[in-house]
Design a protein around this ligand. Sequence first.
Ligand code: 13P
Ligand code: SF4
Length: 393
Amino acid sequence: MTIDLPLLPLGRGVDLSAERGVECPGDLPAASDPDLVARALAAKEALGERVFVLGHHYQRDEVIQFADVTGDSFKLAREAAARPDAEFIVFCGVHFMAESADILTSDTQQVILPDLAAGCSMADMARLSQVEDAWDALVDAGIADSVVPVTYMNSSADIKAFCGRNGGAVCTSSNAETALEWAFDQKGGVEAGAKVLFFPDQHLGRNTAVLKMGLSLDDCVVWDPHRPHGGLTVEQLRDATMILWKGHCSVHGRFTATVVDELRATLPDVQILVHPECTHDVVLKADLVGSTEFIIQTIEAAPAGSTWAIGTELNLVKRLAAAHPDKHIAFLDKTVCYCSTMNRIDLPHFVWAMESLVAGTVPNRIEVDPETKQWALVALQRMLDLPGRSHKD
Ligand code: 13P
Ligand code: SF4
């Protein structure tokens, strides 16, 4: 049995597609074309082993059905790296994921994002020039030598390259704790005064630092790139252990502690399961917190009849509810919407990309320049080399 999921509007997220110059070239098939599924199947069959389709868990059902592998951003990065024979990687996800796939695959492989407007509002909240300004402030404060930059996977390739160049690493929601431990160790540990500059998601950084690493909220400060000197004094920077970037996910940031309280009042047996991109007060009230892979595994392992409210992207929650009719699964909020940029990849764009490949044209190739690639790979490789995982994938 499922608990009714609200039908919600699409929306939210900063759409920087105009800035990226991302008009879709060529003719998109009409969404009403009744043959779209057959056309996608035919194109996939025609391309055979030459193409490998990756699908993030937040993708629409109409697209995810064509994925050779589904996963969270960490799993998909590893899957891309593990397919050296596929000439084309069609990435059904968002721009930063396709960039990471390009960085992790060989120069003979081509990564395609079916709609270039599929960006990520969180990734867009940290620009390289802003991060360099923050770093300059740390240098001026005399503390840069104690700071390791760690960027969430949800960031552009040039931010990952910045971390590679400056002794830092990438992390994802499923290995943030291990990545932070590694980062503090690079400078002799927290007791020795080691600090982390963490971007772009303040919530993942704070939740991991406080709930997994035993730091206090007072150990964390927030650098606001839109305020002079990040809105912080030199003393605040020197006293902090975690310098969090003022960025957030426009989807996960909308879940509220009030709705958690309301659900607990109406469904006494409910277990609250949320993604660590949710705000700290929501995570504090949750029963379980973890990446999308963790959320999926938790629901798969849950006993029949158990009741859950899940705080993550709606496409995934609806799919979990449909796949587990023996469990009661609700969305954690009445008003939170889909990730609008993830939803840009729809069946017409997928068919258009696949048929273009069949016709011998490579559409919407995501190609990171060689120097950025070299340094971003350093940061990504440091993540891939981290020991263990905080959950099995
Ligand atoms: P993960 O895929 O790492 O769980 O991150 C969630 C997300 O917001 C992806 O954009
Ligand atoms: Fe970005 Fe959030 Fe959408 Fe993920 S869910 S792509 S972090 S806006």
